[in-house]
Every structure is written in structure tokens, then in C-alpha cells.
Design a protein around this ligand. Structure first.
Ligand code: FES
Length: 669
């Protein structure tokens, strides 16, 4: 049973002004991520070393998320589809993002002192975009009270709210012998601010709907296309769905494009999983069996269509109220969804059939929304820097920030982008399945039972396990069943920190551990000939057959993965003529990268050796980019422009790649 969300304080500070501020592009700071105009809460930068996680529980949604410390409540909510009021996009200028911290503590920021009374501050009210989470928190999120002119996306960037989906409610005069204009002209004459051309679907509906509704109708227009005519006034219902079509996980966000807010979010494993965990195995399946491509296409459609049902059910709307979709996926996922042969993507010289896809409809893709809804499929840069990365670059403003920034989407295939405001370089590095828990002895996906956080003490090991449900309280009841990618990184980084793994990646022997860490000695043992470090005994202590452990081979897998990535970013830095130490911000993107502890990413050498506060979890930026294009026509054009600005750097033809790769295998510690 949940209690109703409280109303936010009405604003008692001297700067509080009623209603919406005028929209001012410059004031919004279109500089990309986290261009904070106001400081965060004062203790935010110093309370953590970047190696742990904090758990945020949101009410009344009753959803919990583990995020790296230092992430703001606003960002964590946005990444996960929890809408917090805002008109400035997290820049600390609107003072709309009021939330109440009901458990745990966040120091008041200077801006909080101006936004709230003393009593409100004492009751835990804070501005979410200024509230850096450094401990576990419970946060009550009031319902939205404003109708933003600009929309917020989960990376702290803001877009002008100008969706392609428009509605116009019109009362038409009825035809007569003296007014025999065609129905379409009668309608378009009444819409004086848009030039539209009709779909055949709309023409077929037009005569009947007009007459049944006594000529009082709503025209549904996407870009300049009249896709439907609905009886009465339906202007209050304008929806679109953004899909992040991942190889592993697919996320759908239902947007109210009238307000720019996410209404429902759902995710599920890509139903193509039985054909293999990565893009290469799925491409191989189509090469071995001609029927596989058709099957993969239908599984992708099924996945998207199931998610449509989920988000529409959650929001209580009909599927036909979704008038546009956007899909951001890598080149292989996109090809498979469109029924395009992916084979040329999998063999040298790795060529796409097309880099952009115009004029598609959701119906052509087999996705059940409005029958005439257009489908915006993200353009791709290359076979291994696909539409998901273009969407991520767009969301994180890689083309508009003057700082030297490194974007890393960590996954089986890792995409890396380096930009300095003038030049944008991109590459892809084959990291292998270690980060997804694949090829790891006790590996598993980030699902209930997966160890996601590891801390090694002098004589004990503390674990955090993903719970069975969203509720934080459930987590404690779930026994560890395996190790997911972030848990593996944590475990290896911790073993390096306490000296049980040397820089070359060799696990300490039983004798070494007994001498230096006697409290941990019983955890170092062998499975067959392989040395392992036991994280959790599931049966009797000493029964390694029923335990979750990190093996020597697992460490090697992680070394290969991180060395591939480090080789990628070091070569991009060389191409741009900069040192990795000059990088001002590292964005860790993707479902894995976002939950990776920055300090541990530094310790294992996955990212350059930088202060942890320069390393930022960026959330599901592909999904955010897809949302942007649905909320803002100018941003959609920006994605096409980005494509022309990026220079792709091919790693596989570099003669020095292997030497560099070997150099990057060591753990910097
Ligand atoms: S002040 Fe605008 S989102 Fe926080």
C-alpha cells in the first residue's frame, strides 16, 4: 500500500516566481551533460572514492536502483523513467525539481536554501538536480505540476519541445450545395498553420469520421503528413514510443509528447537471445541457415511489440494513441529488424546496406501502434558504430561541448568516441562477453541473484546482490547465484586493491594469502588446476562446488576486454594529439557502463587514470537520444548532422594494434 505523493512546497524562497519562465535557449546551457549552473550539495564531491554504489528507492513508484555515488537524484530518476518536474533540464535554474528525501540524508545546497523554507529543508525537501546521492536514500517524488516548454532527457540535457506529432482540433462547417469543397480541403483550410499531405489511411477514414462526429474532429499530423482524423477533441492525447533496441536488452519509453514527459518504461531481454549473445553469432546464424534471418526479424518485432503492450497497459492508453516510434539500435539489430541481410556487416570490409532509413512506418516493421505511425530509425555511422551510438552522441551533446570528452559504451562490442568541440573521432573495440557475465565461470546477467557490488575487507567480503523485485528490502533476501559484469569488475578491482592480484593479473597463491591476509586464506583455493577466489559459499564453507568465485581465467577475460577498450581510447587520443590525462570528462554509457563504479574502472585501467569525479555514469543514452528525436524535430536534424561530422577510426588495420593491446593488459592498480 502506498501513500499518496505529497504536494511539493509552493516555493518560499525569494527567487521563486510563479508559472513558467520564458524559454531562453542560451539560458538553458546547451553545452551537453552536467553543465551545472548552480553548485551541488556541498559535501557531494568528497564523500566517496568512486568504488561503491548507493541504493535509491523512489516513492510512490516503489522502484529502487543502485547507482554510483555522486549521481544526482534527478539523473538517477531520469535514467529510469521516473519523471521529476523540471523546465531547465537539471541545470539548477528552474527550481521545479522538488523532491522529499524521506530516508537517508542529503546536505542542502546553496540553491536549496533559496528554494525552501527552513521547515521544508528540515523535512527533507531538496532540489533533485542539486542532490548528489552519496548514501542510500528514499525519495518521494511529487506528481508533475508544470507543463514544460522544454523537455528534459535523462542525461541532464534539455531540448526544445517541438515534437513531430501535432494535433489540431477543428470545428468545420458542414458541406452544402453552395459549399462543395472536398472533405480534405475543408479540413486543411481550417488548419492554417501547417501544410499537410494526407496518407491513404487518413483519406479512407476522413468521410466517415467527419460525418459521424458532426464535423468536429482532430487532425493527427506527423511532420507534414496527415495520418489520421479522430472524432471530437483528442488533443490531450499525443504519445510516441522510443526504443533502445539492444543486443541483450530492449527498453521502451512511452512519451507524452505534449508535455515532454515519460509516462511508462518497460524493458525485456531481446527475444533473439537463443541465437547467440552477441551480434557476430546472430549474423553467423543467418549465414548458416537462410530461415534464421526471418526468425530473427520476427523475434525483434515480437520484442518491440510486447513492450508496446507493456507500456500502453501501464499508462492505460490504447496502442492506436501512439503516433510515432523511434528506434535506436546497433547496425546488426537494425538490419535484422528491417529484414535486411546482415552478412556484409559481419565480414571484412564490414559494409552497411544503408546508413539511414527514411519513410518507414511502424506497421512495416510489424509493430502494433497507430496503423499509419511513422518509424524513425536512427542512422548509423558504420557497421560497428550504429544508430545506438549516434543516439548516444546526440543525447550527450558530443558535438556541442567544448571540453575534451571521452564517451565509452561498454558492452560486447564497445564503442568509443572522443570529441573536443572541433573534432569527433569514433571507433569500436571488440571487448568480448565478459562485461555481460559471459565466458565467466560463475558469470550471469545483471538479473536477480547476480552479485553486483563487491567489497573486500581484511577478513571478510561484503556483497550486494540484485534483488528479486524492485523493492530495496527484497535484495537482502536473495542468495547470490552468480557474478554480473559490474560485480566482476568490482571483484577484480578489489583484489588488485588488497594485493591479491598483481599488475599482471596473477592471483596470489594460497601461501601468499595465508601470510598477508590470513582472514581471507580459506577463500583462495583451486577448481581443478585453476586458482579461484571465493566470493560466496552457498553450501558449507570449503565446498567450492557450491560457491560463487572469480577464477584466474575470469581475470584474464576481463583483462582482454578492458585492454581492447583501453587500446581504443588511447589510439583515439593519439589521433587527436592529446594525452588521456587531458580528458575532462569520461561518460560511461550503456546498461553496464552506467552502473560501473568509476573508481574501479580506473583501478583496472578501463578508463584513463583520472580523478573519479571526471568519470560520469551517463545512463541509457541511446534511449535518451531516441526520446530526443521524438520530442524535438531540431534534434532529429542534429542526428543527421552528427553523422557527417564524425570521423571513424578503424582499429583492425592498425599495425601497432597488437603491441598496444598487450601493453594495456596490466592493471594500473
Ligand atoms: S532546478 Fe531545474 S531541474 Fe533542478
Amino acid at each position: 500500500m502506498t501513500s499518496p505523493a505529497p504536494e511539493p512546497p509552493s516555493g518560499t524562497g525569494p527567487d521563486e516566481s510563479p508559472g513558467l519562465p520564458d524559454f531562453d535557449l542560451d539560458a538553458l546551457g546547451r553545452e551537453g551533460l552536467r553543465e551545472a549552473h548552480a553548485p551541488l550539495a556541498p559535501t557531494a564531491p568528497v564523500e566517496h572514492d568512486g568504488t561503491g554504489r548507493v541504493r535509491l528507492h523512489f516513492t510512490p513508484a516503489e522502484r529502487s536502483y543502485a547507482v554510483p555515488p555522486g549521481v544526482t537524484v534527478f539523473d538517477a530518476a531520469s535514467w529510469n523513467g521516473i519523471a521529476i518536474d523540471s523546465t531547465c533540464g537539471g541545470h539548477g535554474t528552474c527550481k521545479k525539481c522538488k523532491v522529499q528525501v524521506t530516508a537517508g540524508a542529503v546536505p542542502a545546497s546553496p540553491l536549496d536554501a533559496r528554494a525552501f523554507s527552513g521547515a521544508e529543508l528540515a523535512a527533507g525537501w531538496r532540489l533533485a538536480c542539486r542532490a548528489a546521492a552519496n548514501t542510500d536514500l528514499t525519495i518521494d517524488v511529487p506528481p508533475l505540476v508544470t507543463r514544460p516548454k522544454a523537455a528534459t532527457v535523462g542525461v541532464g540535457r534539455q531540448v526544445i519541445l517541438r515534437p513531430a506529432v501535432q494535433k489540431r482540433c477543428v470545428e468545420l462547417t458542414e458541406p452544402s450545395l453552395t459549399d462543395q469543397r472536398p472533405d480534405l480541403q475543408r479540413l486543411t483550410d481550417a488548419i492554417d498553420d501547417l501544410e499537410v499531405r494526407p496518407t491513404l489511411y487518413a483519406l479512407r477514414r476522413l468521410p466517415r469520421v467527419l460525418r459521424e462526429a458532426d464535423f468536429s474532429v482532430t487532425a493527427v499530423i506527423v511532420d507534414d503528413v496527415l495520418i489520421d482524423v479522430e472524432p471530437g477533441d483528442t488533443t490531450g492525447s499525443r504519445h510516441a514510443i522510443a526504443f533502445d533496441l539492444g543486443t541483450t536488452t530492449v527498453v521502451a519509453t512511452l512519451l507524452d509528447v505534449g508535455t515532454g514527459t515519460p509516462v511508462a518504461v518497460a524493458s525485456m531481454l531481446n527475444a533473439q537471445q537463443p541465437f547467440g549473445a552477441d551480434v557476430i553469432t546472430r549474423i553467423s546464424a543467418t549465414m548458416l541457415d537462410p530461415a534464421a534471418a526471418e526468425r530473427l526479424q520476427s523475434l525483434a518485432r515480437d520484442t518491440l511489440d510486447t513492450l508496446v503492450g507493456d507500456v500502453c497497459d501501464e499508462a492505460g492508453i490504447d496502442r492506436t494513441s501512439v503516433y510515432e516510434i523511434a528506434v535506436a539500435g546497433n547496425a546488426t539489430m537494425t538490419a535484422l529488424l528491417l529484414g535486411i541481410d546482415p552478412e556484409p556487416l559481419g565480414v571484412a570490409p564490414f559494409v552497411m546496406t544503408a546508413s539511414s532509413f527514411a519513410g518507414l512506418t511502424a506497421a512495416e516493421l510489424g509493430i502494433g501502434v497507430h496503423p499509419a505511425a511513422p518509424a524513425h530509425v536512427f542512422p548509423a555511422l558504420g557497421a560497428y558504430v550504429g544508430g545506438d551510438i549516434v543516439a548516444g552522441m546526440l543525447a550527450s551533446g558530443m558535438d556541442r561541448d567544448k571540453r575534451l570528452r571521452l564517451f565509452i559504451d561498454v558492452g560486447t562490442n564497445c564503442e568509443i568516441v572522443l570529441a573536443d568541440g572541433e573534432t569527433i573521432l569514433a571507433t569500436a573495440a571488440p571487448a568480448g562477453p565478459a562485461f555481460e557475465g559471459g565466458a565467466i565461470r560463475c558469470g550471469m546477467r545483471a538479473a536477480p541473484g547476480a552479485i553486483e557490488v563487491v567489497k573486500i575487507g581484511t577478513d571478510d567480503v561484503t556483497l550486494s546482490v540484485i534483488g528479486a523485485a524492485d523493492g530495496a528490502d527484497d535484495a537482502a533476501d536473495v542468495a547470490p547465484a552468480g557474478l554480473c559484469g559490474s560485480g566482476l569488475v568490482d571483484a577484480v578491482a578489489e583484489l588488485v586493491r588488497v594485493g591479491l592480484l598483481d599488475a599482471s593479473g596473477r592471483l596470489a597463491t594460497e601461501d601468499d594469502v595465508a601470510a598477508r591476509h590470513p582472514g581471507l586464506a580459506d577463500r583462495v583455493t583451486k577448481v581443478g588446476e585453476e586458482r579461484v577466489f571465493v566470493l560466496a559459499w552457498l553450501g558449507e564453507p570449503g565446498d567450492v562446488s557450491r560457491s560463487v568465485y572469480v577464477s584466474q581465467r575470469d581475470v584474464r577475460e576481463l583483462q582482454f576486454a578492458k585492454a581492447a577498450i583501453a587500446t581504443g581510447w588511447s589510439l583515439l587520443c593519439e589521433e587527436l594529439g592529446v594525452s588521456p590525462r587531458d580528458v575532462q570528462q569520461v561518460l560511461l554509457a550503456g546498461s553496464f557502463g552506467s552502473y560501473l563504479a568509476p573508481g574501479n574502472a580506473v583501478r583496472i585501467g578501463l578508463v584513463p587514470r583520472l580523478p573519479v569525479l571526471r568519470i560520469v555514469s551517463a545512463g541509457n543514452v541511446a534511449g535518451e537520444g531516441a526520446k530526443m528525436t521524438l520530442l524535438s524535430v531540431p534534434e532529429r536534424a542534429g542526428a543527421a548532422t552528427l553523422l557527417r561530422e564524425v570521423r571513424y577510426v578503424e582499429l583492425s588495420d592498425r599495425t601497432d594494434f597488437n603491441d598496444r593491446f598487450v601493453d594495456e593488459l596490466a592493471f594500473p592498480g
